[in-house]
Design a protein around this ligand. Structure first.
Ligand code: GLY
Length: 370
């Protein structure tokens, strides 16, 4: 078992990472309870695989449970399911002193976290992330919310969980594609701030993908520790936290261009976006050419999508992709913000990027001349 502390004063909490945490959740959750009752929100896919294990463990220890199972998929992160969740929690008479458990991937974590943020002006919740992406990113740091018809994650709140329980065993139930998509966020941490971790991933990445639990737990621990360090410095993203968006300006444009469909999973877009950010950094003379080559090599060695031609189907023009970037919610005063790098592990935030340079970069990939 590994533990990461998120030191946020009165909002401090721990992330526990290890095997069997769903079956043995009681030992962690019981000390948080003021009465022997919890509400669990999950989705249909996760319920089939893990809900019984969690419920049996809790009920066996005398903690009564009520569960709400929502449809799986991104469209659940919406007003109708948010309303349903809040109304259900009220109908279950969940009070301020109670705990809600979010058992699922990023969609469930974000939705339930937001419901917990507003219910009775804020109740406590525990994240039990069941995807690699949620274990290393969305369950940590307190960003919660839902999508709006105007765009993704436009409605939400910062609301830190009271605990995160990342059960490494659940990663065995992911498809290889979902696992590798989550790995895109893992690689991101090495690239943005920890070259030694990137080197470690170059060595251990293949074992990790094959199911090596010790390597998986260590990768989740280091990723969470890095995220915790950044969130402790900048909880509400006034500065450094934006580093976590390495690859995301490109990713958001690509996700919009592919209609948020199965053509491109979020973590796949992050991996491609990281490769593009490093290539752009090298073209702008900010880092050596070996850096983008090394990034692309590692992604290919892992069997991941690493460039635009790896996305099935046609993409819009480079100009249209840059226009999509300009709709990103992180645009300030119409200025595009990029996370670029001076080398592996040395990312920084800048608005000092010429639109023409981004268009040329994308054109080179779209016409396969790279
Ligand atoms: N996923 C980026 C952040 O939590 O800030």
């Amino acid at each position: 078992m590994k533990t990461v502390d998120v030191n946020l004063g009165e909002r401090a909490y721990q992330i526990h990472i290890g095997s069997g945490l769903i079956a043995n959740a009681t030992g962690f959750i019981a000390p948080l309870l003021k009465r022997q009752r919890v509400a669990i929100v999950t989705d249909e896919n996760v319920a089939t695989l893990h809900l019984n294990t969690l419920v049996e463990g809790l009920e066996g220890a005398g903690i009564s449970t009520a569960s709400l199972t929502l449809p799986a998929g991104e469209s659940t992160k919406s007003w109708p399911h948010f309303e349903r969740t809040v109304e259900w929690l009220l109908s279950e008479k969940i009070e301020r002193r109670d705990i809600v458990i979010a058992l699922g991937g990023g969609v469930i974590g974000d939705l339930v976290g937001f419901a917990a943020a507003v219910l009775r002006r804020g109740i406590r919740f525990v994240q039990m992330p069941t995807s690699l992406l949620a274990q290393v990113d969305s369950s940590v740091g307190g960003k919660t919310g839902i999508n709006a018809p105007h765009g993704k994650n436009l409605i939400g709140a910062f609301h830190q969980p009271s605990m995160v329980l990342a059960d490494i065993d659940v990663l065995d139930t992911l498809t290889p594609r979902d696992f590798l998509a989550g790995y895109g966020e893992v690689v991101k941490y090495g690239l943005l701030g920890n070259e030694a971790f990137f080197e470690w991933l170059e060595e251990h990445g293949p074992a990790l993908a094959k199911g090596d639990k010790e390597a998986r737990a260590e990768a989740v621990r280091i990723s969470c520790q890095m995220k915790a360090d950044i969130v402790e410095r900048d909880e509400t993203e006034q500065g450094d936290r934006a580093l976590l968006n390495l690859g995301h300006t490109f990713c958001h444009a690509l996700e919009a261009a592919t209609g948020y469909s199965d053509r491109l999973l979020h973590g796949e877009g992050v991996a491609i976006g990281c490769a593009l950010a490093f290539d752009l950094s090298a073209r702008m003379g900010l880092c050596a050419q070996e850096a983008p080559s090394r990034v692309a090599q590692h992604l290919s060695a892992m069997g991941m999508k690493s460039q635009l031609s790896d996305i099935d189907g046609a993409l819009p023009s480079a100009e249209a992709l840059v226009d999509l970037m300009a709709q990103d919610k992180k645009v300030v005063d119409g200025q595009l913000r990029f996370i670029l790098a001076r080398g592996i592990g040395q990312a920084f935030v800048t608005s000092d990027v010429e639109r023409a340079d981004v268009v040329t970069l994308l054109n080179d990939y779209l016409s396969d001349t790279v």
